[in-house]
Design a protein around this ligand. Sequence first.
Ligand code: FES
Length: 391
Amino acid sequence: MTNPLTDLLNERQAHFKAGATTPLPKHYPINDLAAKLHPETQYLRITKVVDHGPNAKSFYLKPNPNRGTQHLAYFKAGQYLSVRFAIGNSRVTRAYALRSTPQDAHNDCYILTIKLVPEGFVTPYIFDHWQVGTTVESSGPMGTLTYNQFRDQSHVLGIAGGSGITPFLALAGAIVDGTESFDLTILYGSRRHDNILLGTELAQLAKQSDHIKVVNVLSDEHYPGYEHGLITLDLMQQYADLNHTSIFVCGPNALNAYVTQQVSPLHLPGGRLRQELSGQVPQPQETAKIPATVTITVKIQDTQQTVTANTREPLLVSLERAGIVVPSACRSGECGWCRARVISGRVNTPKAVDYRRTADQKFGYIHLCAAFPESDMTIEVPVHDLADQFG
Ligand code: FES
């Protein structure tokens, strides 16, 4: 009588004997591919700078092989780079959308168009220091303001304000070169016709494809051929059937809040309104009881530091001001890179930017870029390969 277990063991032994004796590879090509597509750090070099008037510039970036980046990572149109800066004692990041196309990345070129914010911290530094030959460090491409045929409608209404137009340049470029296939109508809000950023480039792309339409909307000026006023629900409905349209928004906080309020009567299903902030998460409603500054004790592994935080700013900014290096990328609450744990104290995450997982909310985790302290606090920042982030 045969014993099934013995038969199984014999069969297994036979397979072992028949198997190859070469050792398993230590290196898999799939890992190389993953590293190329999702590099933690890209070392770049500026090869060209183009002025768009006194307040905006485009920077052309190539790989910097001297630091180990041979080729640029491919990306989905609409994504951004998190660029790293060491300014004085502060180590900060800023997210800038790629305005070049994924095809350009195949040719090892990225383009970032950056608008000067004179009272800002980082853009004045960029305008003073970035020139041909400057080396730059960034993350790999990130972000979700991208087209997905399984999630999105075949018509996308893009709503942009100011430098928030840059991801739409990439999306339009990708439609023109055939990388993406959908209809894109862009409502582009500016104050006056003479401060429309990248208007000529956008018009050229629209000329090259029947699938792209650009509508300029001027808030402060009547101008022939342009819409006047704000990007209201009525205006959106003039250019799109919102029952069968995905809405992508990129621009300042005020634009995001306004569009959200305008479309709220439609009760759009989840995912049909997709937003990306440019700029800092807006502070929550002022509350008289909250002091102007509080003390934050920051624990990272075995170290502990104390910083003074402004309660009108996200915690991430206060930590960066104090020279504490914290991982960050989107700076709008979404990616989770700046996740930290609250040990004690009160903090407010505005609902509009609260992308935390339910478990994180329950167990006291916050995203530092979207969290405003309301009392003295102790927080724990997880150990991360921070040294890598700023070279
Ligand atoms: S940096 Fe993305 S969630 Fe804070």
